[in-house]
Design a protein around this ligand. Structure first.
Ligand code: C2E
Ligand code: MG
Ligand code: MG
Ligand code: MG
Length: 285
Protein backbone atom coordinates (compact mmCIF):
# COMPACT_ATOMS: atom_id res chain seq x y z
CA UNK A 1 0.00 0.00 0.00
CA UNK A 2 2.81 2.31 0.86
CA UNK A 3 4.44 1.67 -2.50
CA UNK A 4 1.24 2.52 -4.26
CA UNK A 5 0.82 5.70 -2.25
CA UNK A 6 4.43 6.60 -2.99
CA UNK A 7 3.96 6.24 -6.70
CA UNK A 8 0.75 8.14 -6.63
CA UNK A 9 2.41 10.94 -4.72
CA UNK A 10 5.29 11.05 -7.15
CA UNK A 11 3.12 11.54 -10.22
CA UNK A 12 0.96 14.03 -8.39
CA UNK A 13 3.80 16.25 -7.26
CA UNK A 14 6.00 16.03 -10.31
CA UNK A 15 4.81 19.20 -12.06
CA UNK A 16 5.25 21.08 -8.82
CA UNK A 17 8.82 19.80 -8.50
CA UNK A 18 9.58 21.31 -11.88
CA UNK A 19 8.04 24.54 -10.74
CA UNK A 20 10.21 24.61 -7.61
CA UNK A 21 13.31 23.89 -9.68
CA UNK A 22 12.48 26.81 -11.97
CA UNK A 23 11.93 29.08 -8.99
CA UNK A 24 15.29 28.04 -7.58
CA UNK A 25 17.04 28.80 -10.86
CA UNK A 26 15.39 32.19 -11.03
CA UNK A 27 16.35 32.93 -7.46
CA UNK A 28 19.91 31.86 -8.12
CA UNK A 29 20.15 34.16 -11.14
CA UNK A 30 18.72 37.04 -9.15
CA UNK A 31 21.19 36.31 -6.38
CA UNK A 32 24.11 36.33 -8.82
CA UNK A 33 22.91 39.74 -9.88
CA UNK A 34 22.64 40.81 -6.25
CA UNK A 35 26.35 40.25 -5.69
CA UNK A 36 27.39 42.42 -8.63
CA UNK A 37 24.49 44.85 -8.39
CA UNK A 38 25.11 46.03 -4.84
CA UNK A 39 21.89 44.57 -3.45
CA UNK A 40 23.60 42.99 -0.46
CA UNK A 41 23.97 44.82 2.83
CA UNK A 42 25.31 44.06 6.24
CA UNK A 43 23.53 44.60 9.50
CA UNK A 44 25.33 44.51 12.80
CA UNK A 45 24.27 43.20 16.18
CA UNK A 46 26.15 44.22 19.32
CA UNK A 47 27.49 41.87 21.98
CA UNK A 48 28.11 43.07 25.50
CA UNK A 49 30.57 41.99 28.15
CA UNK A 50 28.52 40.60 31.05
CA UNK A 51 30.88 41.78 33.77
CA UNK A 52 30.73 45.44 32.74
CA UNK A 53 27.77 45.82 30.38
CA UNK A 54 30.14 47.37 27.86
CA UNK A 55 30.07 46.83 24.14
CA UNK A 56 32.31 43.88 23.19
CA UNK A 57 31.85 43.95 19.43
CA UNK A 58 29.38 43.25 16.66
CA UNK A 59 28.25 40.29 14.55
CA UNK A 60 27.88 41.07 10.85
CA UNK A 61 24.66 39.60 9.40
CA UNK A 62 24.01 39.74 5.66
CA UNK A 63 20.71 40.86 4.07
CA UNK A 64 19.54 40.99 0.48
CA UNK A 65 17.66 44.13 -0.46
CA UNK A 66 15.29 43.16 -3.23
CA UNK A 67 12.29 45.06 -4.62
CA UNK A 68 12.29 47.32 -1.60
CA UNK A 69 12.23 44.49 0.95
CA UNK A 70 14.93 42.78 2.97
CA UNK A 71 15.46 39.04 2.48
CA UNK A 72 16.94 37.23 5.46
CA UNK A 73 20.04 35.01 5.12
CA UNK A 74 18.04 31.94 6.18
CA UNK A 75 16.14 32.34 2.90
CA UNK A 76 19.10 32.62 0.53
CA UNK A 77 22.35 31.34 2.08
CA UNK A 78 21.50 27.67 1.43
CA UNK A 79 20.72 28.43 -2.21
CA UNK A 80 23.99 30.32 -2.49
CA UNK A 81 25.78 27.36 -0.91
CA UNK A 82 24.38 24.86 -3.38
CA UNK A 83 25.06 26.93 -6.45
CA UNK A 84 28.51 28.04 -5.25
CA UNK A 85 27.61 31.73 -5.20
CA UNK A 86 28.41 31.72 -1.50
CA UNK A 87 32.10 32.22 -2.25
CA UNK A 88 31.46 35.55 -3.98
CA UNK A 89 28.89 36.61 -1.38
CA UNK A 90 31.19 35.56 1.44
CA UNK A 91 34.09 37.49 0.01
CA UNK A 92 31.96 40.59 -0.23
CA UNK A 93 30.90 40.08 3.41
CA UNK A 94 34.53 39.70 4.56
CA UNK A 95 35.73 42.91 2.87
CA UNK A 96 32.64 44.95 3.78
CA UNK A 97 32.61 43.82 7.42
CA UNK A 98 36.31 44.63 7.91
CA UNK A 99 35.90 48.00 6.22
CA UNK A 100 32.82 48.93 8.25
CA UNK A 101 34.41 47.78 11.51
CA UNK A 102 37.49 49.90 10.85
CA UNK A 103 35.56 52.94 9.59
CA UNK A 104 31.91 53.36 10.64
CA UNK A 105 32.16 51.25 13.76
CA UNK A 106 35.31 52.94 15.01
CA UNK A 107 37.62 49.92 15.04
CA UNK A 108 35.21 47.67 16.93
CA UNK A 109 35.65 43.90 17.06
CA UNK A 110 33.60 42.15 14.40
CA UNK A 111 32.38 38.57 13.85
CA UNK A 112 31.61 37.07 10.45
CA UNK A 113 29.71 33.86 9.66
CA UNK A 114 31.38 31.41 7.28
CA UNK A 115 29.35 28.53 5.82
CA UNK A 116 30.67 25.08 4.77
CA UNK A 117 31.31 25.67 1.07
CA UNK A 118 33.01 28.96 1.82
CA UNK A 119 35.26 27.22 4.29
CA UNK A 120 36.35 24.83 1.52
CA UNK A 121 37.40 27.74 -0.69
CA UNK A 122 41.21 27.64 -1.03
CA UNK A 123 41.25 31.46 -1.25
CA UNK A 124 39.51 32.03 2.10
CA UNK A 125 42.49 32.64 4.37
CA UNK A 126 44.25 34.97 1.95
CA UNK A 127 41.00 36.89 1.31
CA UNK A 128 40.66 37.43 5.06
CA UNK A 129 44.28 38.52 5.34
CA UNK A 130 43.89 40.96 2.43
CA UNK A 131 40.65 42.39 3.84
CA UNK A 132 42.32 43.01 7.18
CA UNK A 133 45.35 44.67 5.60
CA UNK A 134 43.25 46.83 3.27
CA UNK A 135 40.94 47.96 6.05
CA UNK A 136 43.64 48.41 8.67
CA UNK A 137 41.55 46.46 11.18
CA UNK A 138 43.86 44.58 13.58
CA UNK A 139 43.71 40.79 13.07
CA UNK A 140 42.69 40.28 16.70
CA UNK A 141 39.51 42.32 16.04
CA UNK A 142 38.14 39.77 13.62
CA UNK A 143 36.34 36.60 14.65
CA UNK A 144 35.18 33.89 12.24
CA UNK A 145 32.02 32.02 13.26
CA UNK A 146 31.61 28.46 12.03
CA UNK A 147 29.01 25.83 12.83
CA UNK A 148 29.52 22.11 13.28
CA UNK A 149 28.39 21.53 9.70
CA UNK A 150 31.65 23.15 8.57
CA UNK A 151 33.66 20.65 10.60
CA UNK A 152 31.75 17.59 9.38
CA UNK A 153 32.62 18.24 5.72
CA UNK A 154 36.38 17.78 5.90
CA UNK A 155 38.03 17.39 9.24
CA UNK A 156 41.60 17.76 8.15
CA UNK A 157 41.03 20.75 5.94
CA UNK A 158 38.98 22.42 8.69
CA UNK A 159 41.83 21.85 11.12
CA UNK A 160 44.29 23.48 8.71
CA UNK A 161 42.12 26.53 8.13
CA UNK A 162 41.40 27.02 11.83
CA UNK A 163 45.10 26.73 12.62
CA UNK A 164 46.00 29.17 9.84
CA UNK A 165 43.45 31.74 10.99
CA UNK A 166 44.39 31.47 14.65
CA UNK A 167 48.05 31.55 13.66
CA UNK A 168 47.59 34.96 12.10
CA UNK A 169 45.73 36.22 15.15
CA UNK A 170 42.15 35.92 13.91
CA UNK A 171 39.73 34.46 16.46
CA UNK A 172 37.57 31.44 15.69
CA UNK A 173 34.16 30.81 17.26
CA UNK A 174 31.94 27.71 17.29
CA UNK A 175 28.45 29.06 16.48
CA UNK A 176 25.06 27.59 17.47
CA UNK A 177 26.75 25.40 20.04
CA UNK A 178 24.64 22.48 21.21
CA UNK A 179 22.43 22.16 18.15
CA UNK A 180 24.58 19.60 16.32
CA UNK A 181 25.16 15.93 16.89
CA UNK A 182 28.56 15.89 18.51
CA UNK A 183 29.30 19.32 19.87
CA UNK A 184 31.49 17.94 22.63
CA UNK A 185 33.74 15.94 20.37
CA UNK A 186 34.42 19.06 18.30
CA UNK A 187 35.56 20.94 21.37
CA UNK A 188 38.00 18.15 21.94
CA UNK A 189 39.34 18.03 18.38
CA UNK A 190 39.58 21.74 17.54
CA UNK A 191 40.65 24.84 19.41
CA UNK A 192 38.16 27.69 19.57
CA UNK A 193 38.52 31.12 21.08
CA UNK A 194 34.78 31.39 21.61
CA UNK A 195 31.71 29.19 22.00
CA UNK A 196 28.35 30.71 21.12
CA UNK A 197 25.59 28.94 23.01
CA UNK A 198 22.57 28.53 20.76
CA UNK A 199 19.46 30.49 21.62
CA UNK A 200 17.42 27.31 22.05
CA UNK A 201 19.34 26.79 25.32
CA UNK A 202 19.30 30.42 26.37
CA UNK A 203 15.54 30.71 25.88
CA UNK A 204 14.61 27.41 27.48
CA UNK A 205 12.32 27.19 30.52
CA UNK A 206 13.50 23.66 31.21
CA UNK A 207 15.77 23.14 34.22
CA UNK A 208 17.51 20.24 32.50
CA UNK A 209 18.55 22.53 29.68
CA UNK A 210 20.01 24.99 32.18
CA UNK A 211 22.00 22.14 33.71
CA UNK A 212 23.54 21.68 30.27
CA UNK A 213 24.29 25.42 30.10
CA UNK A 214 26.05 25.09 33.45
CA UNK A 215 28.21 22.25 32.18
CA UNK A 216 29.05 24.21 29.03
CA UNK A 217 30.26 27.06 31.26
CA UNK A 218 32.35 24.73 33.40
CA UNK A 219 33.85 23.06 30.38
CA UNK A 220 34.69 26.32 28.66
CA UNK A 221 36.35 27.61 31.83
CA UNK A 222 38.62 24.58 31.88
CA UNK A 223 39.36 25.00 28.17
CA UNK A 224 39.97 28.74 28.52
CA UNK A 225 37.30 29.43 25.91
CA UNK A 226 35.09 32.51 26.05
CA UNK A 227 31.31 31.92 26.09
CA UNK A 228 28.78 34.12 24.31
CA UNK A 229 25.04 33.56 24.84
CA UNK A 230 22.94 34.04 21.70
CA UNK A 231 19.31 35.15 21.55
CA UNK A 232 19.06 36.85 24.95
CA UNK A 233 15.58 38.37 24.93
CA UNK A 234 14.70 38.84 28.60
CA UNK A 235 16.33 40.31 31.66
CA UNK A 236 15.67 37.04 33.41
CA UNK A 237 17.79 35.17 30.85
CA UNK A 238 20.54 37.77 31.14
CA UNK A 239 20.59 37.51 34.93
CA UNK A 240 20.70 33.77 34.86
CA UNK A 241 23.55 33.75 32.35
CA UNK A 242 25.48 36.28 34.42
CA UNK A 243 25.03 34.06 37.47
CA UNK A 244 26.38 31.07 35.53
CA UNK A 245 29.49 33.04 34.60
CA UNK A 246 28.76 33.62 30.92
CA UNK A 247 31.27 36.07 29.40
CA UNK A 248 29.21 37.89 26.78
CA UNK A 249 25.60 38.26 25.68
CA UNK A 250 23.91 39.01 22.38
CA UNK A 251 20.22 39.29 21.62
CA UNK A 252 17.16 41.46 21.11
CA UNK A 253 17.28 42.55 24.78
CA UNK A 254 20.57 44.30 24.11
CA UNK A 255 19.73 45.33 20.56
CA UNK A 256 18.36 43.79 17.36
CA UNK A 257 20.72 43.91 14.35
CA UNK A 258 20.83 47.28 12.59
CA UNK A 259 22.76 49.29 10.01
CA UNK A 260 26.23 50.64 10.82
CA UNK A 261 24.63 54.06 11.19
CA UNK A 262 22.08 52.71 13.68
CA UNK A 263 24.85 51.00 15.63
CA UNK A 264 26.84 54.22 15.80
CA UNK A 265 23.76 55.90 17.19
CA UNK A 266 23.30 53.00 19.60
CA UNK A 267 26.84 53.28 20.91
CA UNK A 268 26.56 57.07 21.12
CA UNK A 269 22.97 58.05 21.80
CA UNK A 270 21.81 55.17 23.92
CA UNK A 271 24.65 55.54 26.41
CA UNK A 272 22.03 55.82 29.18
CA UNK A 273 20.52 52.52 28.06
CA UNK A 274 23.94 50.88 27.96
CA UNK A 275 24.78 52.30 31.38
CA UNK A 276 21.50 51.09 32.73
CA UNK A 277 22.32 47.62 31.55
CA UNK A 278 25.78 47.99 33.02
CA UNK A 279 24.33 48.89 36.40
CA UNK A 280 21.92 45.96 36.26
CA UNK A 281 24.64 43.49 35.41
CA UNK A 282 27.02 44.95 37.97
CA UNK A 283 24.31 44.62 40.62
CA UNK A 284 24.23 40.90 39.98
CA UNK A 285 27.94 40.32 40.45
P1 C2E B 1 23.59 33.09 13.47
O1 C2E B 1 24.99 33.29 13.04
O2 C2E B 1 23.36 32.13 14.57
O3 C2E B 1 23.06 34.54 13.80
C1 C2E B 1 22.13 34.83 14.81
C2 C2E B 1 20.73 34.99 14.25
O4 C2E B 1 19.83 35.15 15.34
C3 C2E B 1 20.55 36.23 13.40
O5 C2E B 1 19.56 35.95 12.40
C4 C2E B 1 20.02 37.24 14.40
O6 C2E B 1 19.29 38.30 13.80
C5 C2E B 1 19.13 36.37 15.22
N1 C2E B 1 18.93 36.90 16.59
C6 C2E B 1 19.75 37.70 17.30
N2 C2E B 1 19.26 37.95 18.52
C7 C2E B 1 18.09 37.29 18.60
C8 C2E B 1 17.09 37.17 19.65
O7 C2E B 1 17.20 37.70 20.74
N3 C2E B 1 16.01 36.38 19.36
C9 C2E B 1 15.86 35.75 18.15
N4 C2E B 1 14.77 35.02 17.96
N5 C2E B 1 16.78 35.86 17.16
C10 C2E B 1 17.89 36.61 17.38
P2 C2E B 1 19.78 36.31 10.87
O8 C2E B 1 20.45 37.64 10.73
O9 C2E B 1 18.48 36.10 10.18
O10 C2E B 1 20.82 35.21 10.40
C11 C2E B 1 20.48 33.86 10.37
C12 C2E B 1 21.66 32.99 10.06
O11 C2E B 1 22.14 33.21 8.74
C13 C2E B 1 22.86 33.25 10.97
O12 C2E B 1 22.70 32.59 12.21
C14 C2E B 1 23.98 32.68 10.13
O13 C2E B 1 24.07 31.29 10.30
C15 C2E B 1 23.52 32.99 8.73
N6 C2E B 1 24.22 34.19 8.21
C16 C2E B 1 23.99 35.47 8.49
N7 C2E B 1 24.85 36.28 7.84
C17 C2E B 1 25.68 35.47 7.16
C18 C2E B 1 26.81 35.70 6.29
O14 C2E B 1 27.26 36.83 6.04
N8 C2E B 1 27.40 34.60 5.74
C19 C2E B 1 26.96 33.32 6.02
N9 C2E B 1 27.60 32.30 5.44
N10 C2E B 1 25.91 33.07 6.81
C20 C2E B 1 25.28 34.14 7.38
MG1 MG C 1 26.69 33.65 13.96
MG1 MG D 1 24.30 31.41 16.07
MG1 MG E 1 22.38 30.11 13.20
Amino acid sequence: ASKKRGRHRYSQYRPQMGHILRLRQELEQALAHAVSGEELELHYQPRITMATGELAGYEALVRWRRNGGLISPDDFISIAEEGGLIVAIGEWVIFEACRAAAEELGGAAISINISPRQFQDPGLVSAIDTALKESGLPHSRLEIEITESVLIEDDERAQQVITALRGMGVRVALDDFGTGYSSLSYLNRFTFDTIKIDRSFVQSDDEKTWNIVQSIMQMSRSLGTSVVAEGVETLEQLERLAAEGCDEAQGFLISPPGSAQEMRDYAKKSVPAVLNLKARVAALA
